[in-house]
Design a protein around this ligand. Sequence first.
Ligand code: PSU
Ligand code: MN
Length: 287
Amino acid sequence: MATPTVALESTVITHGLPFPHNLAIARLMEAEVQQQGAIPATIGVIAGNIVVGLDDAQLEQLARSTTAHKLSRRDLPVALAQQWDGGTTVAATMAIARRAGISVFATGGIGGVHRGYQHTLDISADLTELARTPVLVVCAGAKAILDLPATLEYLETQSVPIMGYQTDEFPAFYSQSSGMPIPACADSPAEVAAIWRAHRVLGNEAGMLLCVPPPAESALPRAEVEAAIGRALQQAERAGVRGPAVTPFLLAAMAKETHGESITTNTALLRQNARVAAQVAVVISQQ
Ligand code: PSU
Ligand code: MN
């Protein structure tokens, strides 16, 4: 029996949430995984070394750092050669997890197709990674700041299976529903594990998405979130933010616009996703 292990990303620590929330949530996610009898492996880069399973001092170092880089998959070669510290995105974490033999990964919201992509061509490398790297990603959907219908279309084109966890609707990260259906629903960790197993038996090399809605008690109403996103997007436009800076800028703007409520929601869903991922990893390890 393989040891159940859950990969965790670190861009959410370096660029997704402010200190000290980021450090607290990194520790809470690890604890959730452990409580289910699985091993947490938070992945990041320290002084040019890829670390699979950051220790507590390394977690704190990244959480406090104001100079750590946001590392997507394409940034890893430079980070290694030039001895950077950095938080790995979903894309980079998936690629590293696969090499380490870890097939289950928990995050908050994946990156996706940005609103206005017709003009910017801004499509997260998380999506291309999902198309080619067989890792099961447990998330609360894609971040609501994105173009969710376009993100779903992209995943369909790339043949990435997507399931709702006890829901048949695509969650909208801060809110439980987006109004968009997803084609499959899994009701238990065992059901998720069975679908994952079939995916791999078929020889599919894509990743797979398990979408868990944020916990009801901390989810935000969609109308309120949409209004805040509108204001956050305007601020990004005015500030001329482009490229990898867009997502961190919008997440920070959302925290301000919701008076910190988005951080509470983000924390709750990250914990929940870590727990569900660990439950699935335990079943997979018994197969
Ligand atoms: N989800 C969160 N907070 C985050 C991110 C996701 O709740 O900070 C990060 C992830 O690491 C994701 C990245 O891979 O944002 C996407 O960035 P981009 O849109 O630039 O690809
Ligand atoms: Mn981008």
